[in-house]
Design a protein around this ligand. Structure first.
Ligand SMILES: NNC(=O)[C@@H](O)[C@H](O)[C@H](O)COP(=O)(O)O
Ligand SMILES: [Zn+2]
Length: 432
């Protein structure tokens, strides 16, 4: 059997925030590609589809069930290529983990460690931190997506501190005053003295909120939610709705303060993306996304979650970035190594582990050819039907339907052919 291009099956994570049953694209995709293995349970949340070799849930060969991790380990040069092996010093790990997330309710307020912190956390607590890798990640909106990313610009945060009594109460008058008097607003140069002071003040406020005794969390969240109904003008319509929605997802959770009142609320339209470097605070609220990350499952959580929370680690590790949400969005770039019908969007964040190529064929019998890439790649079909094959090798042709996933070895030139008028694929790849 040739492993230059072959179909693989992903693993499914049923985290409680996933969309339920067949409402979830994760359920639909998993059932489409392995109907005999995945019967959709109408009461189960289907949160994530994992595509890669991460030891927590490695993908498998669709035909034989053999773990992709084992296949890579047997033939590392063929599967990864010499440059990727030299760069990442691994002969069994694809450097990225590709996922589809179908989000029905808010995920934890979280951040991911950089390499140095990941090594410490994994050594100290391997159960909660399963590997020693960093986890920078990129979210590409497939449907409209809503999330939190980074802290609000400081003047916005200051104005909420000034006017929301419960926020003032939990932060304390002294720190509210210190923040108001000492933040540098307007255009502050990244890494300047002013910027460092701003981040320090932000950390003090965030730490105060995150360390509020449980007894005070209930009382203040209850009063905050009530105020969104009694005095909506204090919050504005969007923030009112957000607090009320989060209250229904996670009643009386500290996330109502550290998320809704402190973090940038962002909406991505299909095709838009955002990149979160390690240590950037974020939480996803709703929508279907393709997500790509360095091969890691290290998550440090502190709100909106029943899972393990590591508040002190989170407070210490964050970048405390406070840029406007528009600054955090990623614009697609032109991809120059493909040609034919339709078009591509390349999402290429400033890290070495991955980039993602979205390919759209918007006519029946459209053909698009992509040159061989200098590293491993995993492609998932998210919309429409067609086929994929190695260029000029018709017997390598494989059927494509939403949820079908393929591994493509380095240097392999492929061709995508559509049999519907809206055929969409996402291909994560690593080139160094
Ligand atoms: N930002 N997205 C991610 O990091 C995903 O890849 C993670 O797997 C999820 O965030 C995990 O979230 P929970 O720990 O279940 O709250
Ligand atoms: Zn994350």
């Amino acid at each position: 059997m040739s492993y230059r291009l072959f179909q693989i099956d992903a693993g499914v994570q049923n985290y409680e925030w996933g969309n339920i049953g067949s409402k979830s694209v994760v359920a639909q995709f998993a059932h489409n590609s392995t109907p005999s293995k995945v019967e959709i349970d109408p009461s189960l949340p289907y949160a994530e589809l994992w595509m890669g070799t991460h030891q927590s849930m490695a993908s498998v060969d669709h035909k034989t069930g053999t773990s992709l991790r084992d296949l890579v380990e047997k033939r590392p040069e063929e599967f990864l290529g010499a440059q990727v092996i030299n760069k990442f010093r691994s002969t069994r790990e694809i450097p990225f983990l590709l996922k589809v997330l179908s989000i029905g309710k808010v995920l934890s307020i979280q951040a991911h460690p950089d390499k140095e912190l990941a090594q410490k956390l994994h050594f100290r607590d391997p159960k909660n931190y399963p590997d020693d890798n960093h986890k920078p990640e990129m979210a590409l909106a497939v449907t409209e997506f809503e999330g939190f990313c980074g802290f609000k610009p400081l003047e916005e945060l200051d104005s909420l501190l000034q006017k929301i009594p419960e926020f003032r109460e939990i932060v304390g008058e002294e720190l509210v005053h210190l923040f108001h008097e000492n933040i540098f607003t307007g255009k502050v140069k990244m890494d300047s003295q002013e910027d460092h002071k701003n981040r320090k003040l932000l950390q003090q406020v965030f730490s105060k909120v995150m360390n509020l005794p449980d007894s005070k969390v209930y009382m203040n969240t209850k009063s905050l939610v009530k105020r969104t109904y009694d005095e909506p003008e204090l919050f504005g319509h969007e923030l009112c709705k957000l607090i009320q929605k989060m209250q229904s997802d996670f009643p009386y959770d500290i996330g109502l303060f550290c998320g809704c009142l402190m973090l940038n609320h962002c909406i991505l339209q299909p095709g838009e993306a955002m990149f979160l470097q390690a240590r950037d605070i974020h939480a996803y609220i709703r929508g279907d996304i393709v997500e790509c990350m360095a091969a890691s499952d290290n998550v440090v959580r502190a709100g909106f979650t029943p899972k393990f929370k590591d508040v002190n680690v989170l407070v210490d590790m964050l970048t405390y970035s406070y840029e406007d949400v528009e600054m955090q969005k990623m614009r697609p770039e032109i991809f120059t190594r493909s040609h034919g019908n339709g078009y591509d969007n390349l999402y290429d964040p400033p890290i070495e582990e991955f980039a993602v190529l979205q390919t759209i064929l918007n006519e029946k019998n459209g053909r698009r050819e992509v040159e061989g890439l200098q590293g491993p790649s995993i492609l998932i079909v998210t919309k429409g039907e067609g086929s994929i094959q190695i260029q000029d090798e018709n017997d390598s042709k494989l059927k494509c339907k939403p949820g079908f996933i393929f591994f493509i070895q380095p240097e392999v030139k492929i061709q995508l052919i559509s049999s519907s008028d809206d055929f969409v694929t996402y291909r994560a790849f690593c080139e160094v």
